[in-house]
Design a protein around this ligand. Structure first.
Ligand code: ATP
Length: 219
């Protein structure tokens, strides 16, 4: 039986409870064997914007994922040269799993609605089954329009449900998970303002941020 692998890529600057909770809920709902958290080494979307060094983002993820047997941290994007493009990462993952893995690519609705700006984004729909997670402030009703406009007119909604199917591309699901309004941007801002981030990140990550003086400066 091929493994069912959830893939959650991001900058994770820093990892927060929103990331952890979607990993947990999707794993449960779709019966995933593994959820791979993949920090981008060279994020293509953050040009001109300072991002904390990879080593810090990695260390915070390592602490946050600790203790969850399904969660795994992947250095695949650090091992690849150049920008961290999701299409290249998914191609490489499929190579590494050699047909023994079925990939589910988890994206927040905010990121999904920006997908058309990603390099070779249409190939994503051949490489992995997309799982779109709600994010406060973004309307799931836009998913269908986005799919048929930007990817293929042949995507159709299955029954009354939230799965979109296609004759040759992989299905896209919109799952209803707990909506947590937390973002990394919010956490960086709170730290800069000297305010509390307790309960928005796991305690080890909170301590790490303070001990290493992260996010105190305006980038
Ligand atoms: P930033 O505020 O710096 O843009 P972020 O909080 O969106 O960061 P990322 O590391 O960029 O975090 O996100 C990685 C993935 O996780 C993206 O697909 C994003 O949409 C999703 N995501 C992040 N936070 C949440 C959340 N609270 N609920 C659902 N999805 C989320």
């Amino acid at each position: 039986m091929p493994q069912r692998i959830g893939v959650l890529g991001g900058t994770f600057d820093p990892v927060h409870i929103g990331h952890l909770r979607i990993g947990e809920e999707v794993a449960e709902l779709l019966g995933l064997d593994i959820v791979l958290f993949i920090p981008s080494a060279a994020p293509p979307h953050k040009d001109g914007q300072e991002v904390a060094p990879f080593a810090h983002r990695w260390e915070m993820l390592r602490m946050a994922l600790n203790g969850n047997p399904r969660f795994q941290l992947s250095d695949i994007e650090r091992r690849m040269p150049g920008k961290s493009y999701s299409v290249l990462t998914l191609r490489k993952l499929r190579e590494e799993f050699k047909g023994n893995g079925r990939c589910f690519f988890l994206v927040g609705l905010d990121a999904f609605l920006e997908l058309h700006t990603w390099w070779r984004f249409q190939e994503l729909f051949r490489l992995a089954s997309l799982v779109v997670l709600p994010r406060p402030g973004f309307d799931p009703a836009f998913i269908e329009g986005f799919l048929t406009r930007e990817v293929s007119r042949e995507y159709t909604r299955q029954g009354e449900g939230t799965v979109f199917v296609h004759p040759s591309l992989l299905p896209v699901r919109c799952l209803s998970c707990t909506e947590l309004g937390v973002s990394s941007t919010q956490i960086r801002r709170l730290v800069r303002q000297g305010r509390s981030i307790r309960y928005l990140v796991v305690p080890e990550v909170m301590r790490y941020i303070h001990a290493n003086g992260l996010y105190r400066e305006v980038f």
